[in-house]
Design a protein. Sequence first.
Length: 401
Amino acid sequence: MTEAYLYDHVRTPRGKGKKDGSLHQASPVWLLRTLLKAMQARLDLDTALVDDVVLGCVTPVGEQGADIARTAVLDAEWAQTVAGVTQSRFCASGLESINLAAAKVKSGWEDLVVAGGVESMSRWPMGSDGGAWFMDPRVNQKLGFVPQGVGADLIATMEGWGRADVDGFALRSHQKAAAARADGRFKRSVVPVTDIAGLTMLAEDETIRANASLEAMAKLDPSFAMMGQMGFDATALRRYTTVERITHVHHAGNSSGIVDGAALMLVGSKEGGAKAGLKPRARVRAAAVIGSEPTIMLTGPTPACRKALAKAGMAASDIDLWEINEAFAVVPMKTARDLGIDLDRVNVNGGSIAMGHPLGATGCIILGTLLDELERRNLATGCATLCVGGGMGIATIIERV
C-alpha cells in the first residue's frame, strides 16, 4: 500500500469568537482563501497536481455551507480541476479530513490532497445547524443527551479532581502557549490574515492570557451548574448510578475558547510530492476513530488512541509527544492518566484552553503543531487525539521521515 506523507501545514491565528474578535469581519471562505494562496506561494505549488481538498466544518450553514471547500478552491484561483468536499465529524472534523486524505493517498486513487478545516464561530455560533442530537426531544431523551460541560464535570467528579486540579491544568496551558508564542514556535505555520486592502487583521493567536493566574480563575463561577439544575445532572446520574452528585468545576477559564480559525495540511504520496518538487516531513503511521458512551461524550480519546496504537504496532510509551485537545481540562488529564502518559509530554505548547477550539479546524491545527514541535525537538513520533460530540474519539499517529 502507498504511504501517505505530510508535506506542509499552514493555519490562521485564532481570533476571539465574538463580534469584537479580530477575525469577525473575515468570512470563512476568506480565511481559507488566505491559506490556499499562502500554501501555493510558499511551496511554489502547481495546483493542477492537487486532486482534492477535504475540509471539516462543524456548522456548515450560511457562508460555511454549500461545500465551502470547492468554493474556496475557486476563490483562491487554484486550478479548476481541483475538487473539494466538506464533511463533519463534529469536533474531530479537521483531523478526520487529514485521515480521509491519507486514506485516499494510501489507496492509490489520489496523489496530492489538501486537508483541514474552518470554523467562524463569531459569525455562525455552535449549534446554528440544529440537528436531532440537540433539537429532537425524542432522540434527546433516548440517547441521554447532556451538554458536554456537564459530562466534563461528571468526569472530574468520577476521577476525584477538584477545582484546583482543573484550574492548575488550565493555567499551565496559558503559560505554555504564552512561552511558545514569545519563542516564535508558531511562526513557521501561522499565516497572518489581512483584509482586502492588505491591512493586517490578526497575526497571532488572540486569546492567550500570559497574565493568567489561579486567583483570577478562582473568581469565575462554574459554567454548567445551572444546566445541571435544569435536569441534565439527573439525566447523567441515571446513566452513572454510582455517582451521588456531580461537582461542577469547569468554567470559561478551564474550557476550550470559542474562536475563529482555519487550517490546511498537504498530504500526498512520495511520487505525488516528488512531482511537485516537495520533500516529505512525516508519514501517517496509523489513524483510528471509535464510538464511546454518548452521555458523558468525552471519553473517546483513550480507546481511539489504543486502537491507533494497535494498528501501528506501538505502545503509548513509544510516542514522543502528544496533542490531546483541551475541550475541557479533564479530557487531556483523563486521557493521560488512562494511557499512563506523563503530562510533560502532552500539549507542550499549550492547547485549546489558551488558544481556542475553532471546531472544524482544530484537529488539523494540533497535528500541525505536533509536527512542528517534533521537528524542533528532533523527535520521531507523535499522536494527536480529540474527544468528539455524540460520543466518539479520533487519533492519528505520525512519524517523521
